[in-house]
Design a protein around this ligand. Structure first.
Ligand code: ATP
Ligand code: MG
Length: 491
């Protein structure tokens, strides 16, 4: 099931949005343009920021292309910026920051991808038009020359942007054989921008999907992460599955599509998974610190995507037409580990996602709330620092159309969360200790073990509850005051 197309954008709207965005970044780009011009170099804002300015989604990262060589770029930027770094000298890119603005300036290039060596060979180019021709999609091949702000669009990117289409400047076959990663980038931009790929791009992706295997796992992973953290991950994932790219980069996903069984004895796990992903996105505000902007959360989104991958392997047809997936949580967690390892995720990320997959069913043993305190405690302990994400995943995992059933599950989960809150408050209280321990008490009061030490301990505990934690010195003073007062009283 595909999402409906987003409506085309009016060119006049694109122009208006662009004008507003250019006002905002004008001071930066005009100044840079003037600097490069007076040094005798060409400079143009290019690619992502031009596209994003038209879509009204421009951030503070600005990409430029120039006729200047990296050494010359460095020389020009040094007095202008607060910090400068080498993004990849081999690729001719210099990065710099000035205030909130982050710029990357890349020397014109004409790049060919050598399929046998896996390394892009970089040749510096000599013209803006040449540079634009080797870019991935027409919407990324637009430029604004500076300081004059002339719009350059040799491949019709503006029209493709207005109709929300990803098209390659040359033939997609040539483009993808130069750099197969562009197929992943296509799916990523579909997810980020809500665009469609042109039919010939889809065809080339389908025909050439296998070529993605020459790209390093890290670069593929980075595109998967961007795709999943995008506003429309469903669109990008469906494209990966339909073109067969997913068979190479995330085979667990298309395997779920095979699970649709002809008798409709259980839900379509693939469609269910995409819905769980979207339902988990809707809860991301729970992960944002109070007052902070809600950010896409890769861990919980990827856990949603992987939570049922153990189902195909564990499916059993029982008598009476019943279908079971025993231990699909444990099997799925293992498969998740394996996939994330292959994609070179960090151990922390692997642990977090596979913990969530493994625990996603635990709640269903909760029934109507008959868990013991110790079962609740174990749930909290096993989830560790993934507890909030486990709440999100478990709630997202309910995709039934039966409203009463959904309401009931929500209420029972509300109840579990309330119990967790209550219990953790109690447990925190229970774990409060006085500011001084028994040994310190005996030392300070110079008394042997006995009833008096116990009384002093109790006094300090009450004090701790009443007044909160104290420094050792203050606690000692309070203890001594109590001791002399107590002695007077007692005598
Ligand atoms: P974002 O920065 O939001 O991820 P972007 O469009 O700026 O999106 P980048 O990966 O930063 O994408 O690349 C910057 C520009 O360089 C792109 O807009 C595109 O024109 C070009 N580009 C990047 N990678 C490739 C590639 N593999 N093949 C061709 N052109 C590319
Ligand atoms: Mg960029």
């Amino acid at each position: 099931m595909s999402d409906p197309l987003l409506p085309p954008i009016m060119i006049s709207d694109v122009q208006a949005t662009m004008a507003t965005e250019l006002d905002r970044i004008g001071p930066v780009i005009d100044e840079l343009g003037a600097m490069f011009e007076s040094a005798g170099h060409e400079l143009a804002m290019v690619g992502g920021p031009v596209r994003d300015a038209m879509l009204g989604r421009l951030q503070v990262d600005l990409d430029f292309t120039t006729s200047a060589r990296p050494e010359q770029v460095e020389k020009l930027l040094r007095p202008w910026c607060d910090a400068m770094w080498d993004v990849g000298r081999a690729f001719g890119t210099i990065g710099a920051r000035r205030g909130e603005w982050q710029v990357e300036i890349t020397t014109y290039r004409s790049e060919k991808y050598d399929a046998s060596s896996r390394k892009p060979e970089v040749d510096y180019g000599d013209s803006l038009v040449g540079d634009l021709g080797r870019r991935d999609f027409t919407v990324n091949s637009m430029a604004l020359t500076l300081p004059g702000r002339t719009f350059e669009d040799p491949h019709g990117g503006l029209v493709d942007l207005a109709t929300r289409v990803l098209r390659t400047p040359g033939t997609p076959e040539d483009s993808f054989s130069d750099d197969p990663l562009r197929m992943m980038r296509a799916a990523r931009f579909v997810a980020q921008l809500g665009f469609e790929v042109a039919p010939e791009v889809r065809q080339a992706m389908t025909d050439m999907a296998e070529r993605i295997t020459i790209i390093s796992a890290e670069r593929v992973r980075d595109e998967i992460v961007k795709l999943i953290c995008a506003p429309y991950p469903r669109r990008g994932l469906i494209l990966l599955v339909e073109t067969g790219l997913a068979d190479h980069v995330l085979p667990e996903l298309p395997a779920l599509a095979l699970e649709r069984d002809e008798h409709h004895r259980h839900k379509d796990v693939y469609e269910h998974t995409l819905t769980v992903l979207e339902q988990s996105m809707e809860q991301e505000e729970r992960l944002a610190p109070a007052g902070a902007r809600v950010q896409p959360d890769f861990t919980s989104r990827f856990a949603a995507l992987m939570h049922d991958v153990g189902k195909p392997k564990t499916r059993r047809f029982e008598s009476g037409g019943l279908v079971t997936f025993h231990h699909h949580d444990v099997v799925g967690a293992k498969m998740t580990r394996k996939r994330m390892k292959a994609l070179r995720f960090s151990n922390d990320e692997i642990d977090a996602v596979s913990t969530l997959v493994e625990l996603h069913l635990r709640f269903h043993g909760y029934g109507d709330g008959e868990w013991t305190d110790s079962a609740v405690r174990r749930y909290v302990r096993d989830a560790g620092d993934q507890l909030t994400r486990l709440h999100i995943l478990t709630r997202a995992d309910c995709t039934t159309r039966n409203q009463r059933k959904a309401d009931r599950l929500r209420r029972v989960y509300d109840d579990l969360e309330a119990r967790i809150d209550r219990l953790s408050e109690e447990e925190e209280l229970a774990s409060i200790r006085p500011d001084l321990d028994g040994t310190q008490i005996m030392e300070i009061l110079d008394i042997p073990p006995g009833r008096e030490v116990g009384a002093a301990y109790k006094f300090l505990l009450e004090l701790r509850m009443e007044e909160g934690p104290k420094s050792e010195e203050d606690a000692k003073a309070a203890l001594l005051a109590w001791w002399s007062g107590g002695e007077t009283e007692g005598s």
